[in-house]
Design a binder for this molecule. Structure first.
Ligand SMILES: Cc1cc2nc3c(=O)[nH]c(=O)nc-3n(C[C@H](O)[C@H](O)[C@H](O)COP(=O)(O)OP(=O)(O)OC[C@H]3O[C@@H](n4cnc5c(N)ncnc54)[C@H](O)[C@@H]3O)c2cc1C
Length: 416
């Protein structure tokens, strides 16, 4: 069959790799580089360029089975990180690290009654979130979840909510739209409150390097970079995919590996796809600008507090600086920007991310009900769970398997 894949992020690339052995696949990618949110800046350090990721960065042992297999199949190495977080209220200078860092961090936490009570209050939050996670309760908005406790505002408004908004790189104005399930899934998976931090990893060659490696094994797939799809319209026998300034191709199936906003625009208002376009319109997004830089003024004042995720709250906005390479010893940071900009950043990216609200989960379920109708398919972070890289990959596996359940690489990637 002839198949068009729109987008070469983790989802589009995984779908293409699976379909590649049996089908003629054309990947259309808007950008001049592949990878989408798997985006890497090569930063010159001591004369050697080092990969620093600013979109998709890390993954853990439990939540990312497909990604671990995809990396192993392609001989790609992982580097282990000890995930930890710091939180600084810039109005008061109060800071804490989770888990407490070293004897100094533990002593500082023990000497602050406010910090002790804040950390103690996390236990019932996590217990309840754990129960809801197991029962897959996704339709409780964050303010309703908080209302089920009797916490003071000093805990919820000055610590917990800005902490989670910062961790998600989400504006404070949108965090209350999130479902509690989504906001708490990563902290639950990291077990930060118990001081028993589970290992997390980064891809040694960076996100873009891993995507390029997977694409290098394509046999029957053509990747067209700098080739944004403008329209997908019904043709004589299938779908006609027309890229900007390029030649239209007619295919049997179209796999949308781009955001639902883009897919909605590409499908336009043609007849027969109204049910789909109305579901695609229900997904909501926020945007974030991420700078890759070496300015330590975006990190906590005490170097001993520097953690993998460093969140700062000024009473209005919450922002995070990631120090993903601490195990390797580089002082390179990726910061979600708000009011202040680092001098001479190596790179600044703008990304969009889904608002993981109860409405998002309803739209997600509705989209799966329409998958494959008229051979139109949708994969990507937004189609599953919390929009992680694993969600992007596993949705691609599901879509590829529904297009052709006999694909030889399916068993490899499913570990079956
Ligand atoms: C700042 C940030 C940090 C993140 N960190 C993590 C993390 O640490 N761990 C984790 O698990 N997840 C993380 N994520 C989530 C991340 O979105 C997913 O991990 C995943 O990479 C998304 O993959 P995707 O293929 O669904 O979408 P994308 O990577 O967004 O790919 C979509 C592709 O479609 C292309 N495209 C768009 N329009 C068109 C068009 N008209 N024609 C052709 N191509 C088009 C885009 O250029 C892009 O390449 C992060 C996301 C962001 C933004």
């Amino acid at each position: 069959m002839k198949i068009a894949v729109i987008g070469s992020g983790g989802a589009g690339t995984t779908a293409s790799w699976l379909l590649d052995e049996r089908h003629d696949v054309t990947v259309f990618e808007k950008n001049p580089i592949p990878g989408g949110h798997a985006r890497t800046t090569m930063v010159p350090l001591g004369g050697t360029p080092r990969p620093v990721d600013d979109g998709f960065v890390w993954f853990n042992e439990g939540l990312y089975p497909t990604l671990h297999r995809l990396l192993a199949i392609h001989g790609l190495e992982k580097v282990m990180l000890k995930l930890g977080a710091s939180f600084t209220d810039t109005r008061t200078g109060r800071s804490l690290t989770l888990p407490p860092k070293g004897v100094g961090g533990a002593l500082r936490m023990a000497s602050s009654w406010r910090t002790i009570t804040d950390v103690a209050r996390l236990q019932p939050v996590f217990s309840k979130a754990h129960a809801m996670d197991k029962a897959k309760v996704r339709d409780v908005a964050w303010p309703d979840f908080l209302a089920s406790f009797n916490f003071p505002k000093s805990f919820t408004d000055d610590f917990l909510t800005p902490f989670l908004a910062g961790a998600w790189g989400c504006p404070m104005s949108r965090v209350n739209d999130f479902s509690s399930y989504a906001l708490l899934k990563y902290p639950l998976a990291s077990d930060v409150t118990r001081g028993r931090v589970t290992p997390w990893y980064v891809v040694k060659v960076g996100g873009e390097g891993y995507i390029r490696k997977v694409q290098s094994t394509f046999k029957r797939t053509e990747v067209k970079l700098d080739c944004a799809v403008e329209t997908v319209r019904r043709g004589a026998t299938g779908w006609v995919v027309t890229p900007r300034g390029g030649e239209a191709v007619e295919v049997d199936h179209v796999v949308f590996g781009c955001s639902p906003l883009v897919a909605r625009k590409i499908l336009g208002d043609q007849q027969g796809v109204d049910a789909l376009t109305s579901v695609l319109s229900r997904f909501d997004y926020y945007s974030t600008r991420i700078a890759t830089h070496d300015d330590p003024s975006f990190m906590p004042a005490r170097r001993s507090d520097w953690s993998t995720a460093n969140i700062f709250y000024d009473g209005t906005e919450s922002r995070v600086s990631i120090w993903a390479d601490r195990q390797l010893g580089y002082d390179i940071f990726t910061t979600a920007l708000d009011k202040r900009e680092p001098a001479n950043p190596f790179h600044v990216s703008t990304f969009i991310l889904p608002v993981l609200s109860p409405a998002h989960y309803r739209a997600q379920a509705a989209l799966w009900d329409l998958q494959g109708r008229d051979n139109l398919w949708f994969c990507g972070d937004y189609t599953r769970d919390i929009g992680s890289h694993e969600d992007a990959l596993s949705s691609a596996v599901e879509v590829a398997s529904r297009i052709d359940s006999t694909l030889p690489r399916l068993a490899q990637l499913r570990g079956s």
